[in-house]
Design a protein around this ligand. Structure first.
Ligand code: TYC
Length: 111
């Protein structure tokens, strides 16, 4: 087979050049998750702005813009994080809202 000119190996063209096949990477690319705030009719706007500043390091202007996006469109992205950080953000925001007796909800979704 090695001398047969009609034979063309998958990894070798007729010109005799070889294509390098990348080895499968051992490590997975990290996945990212959006932390999304959901609108409701009862949580005060000020509280949502406060949450965005306290837990997502937004300044007043950024927090206001995101809060209004949620208010008008139904949802908005507070931040994008690794799976573990996103899970923690969701937990602390929902816990904080519940303790302050507001129905504000936060979820995560794949970015
Ligand atoms: N819709 C709420 C209101 O009118 C405000 C609000 C904004 C609530 C964003 C939740 O994630 C939210 N008071």
């Amino acid at each position: 087979m090695a001398d047969d000119p009609s034979h063309n190996d998958d990894n070798e063209s007729k010109s005799g050049t070889q294509t390098l096949v990348k080895p499968k990477p051992e490590l997975k690319e990290p996945s990212f998750y959006k932390v999304v705030l959901l609108n409701d009719d009862f949580t005060p706007m000020d509280f949502v702005v406060h949450v965005l500043q306290k837990f997502f390091n937004k300044n007043m202007e950024e927090a206001n813009t995101i809060m209004l996006q949620v208010h008008h469109q139904g949802s908005g992205v507070a931040g994008v994080y690794s799976h573990e950080i996103a899970e923690t953000k969701v937990y602390i925001v929902n816990d904080y809202s519940r303790k302050n007796k507001h129905p504000l909800k936060c979820v995560m979704e794949k970015a």
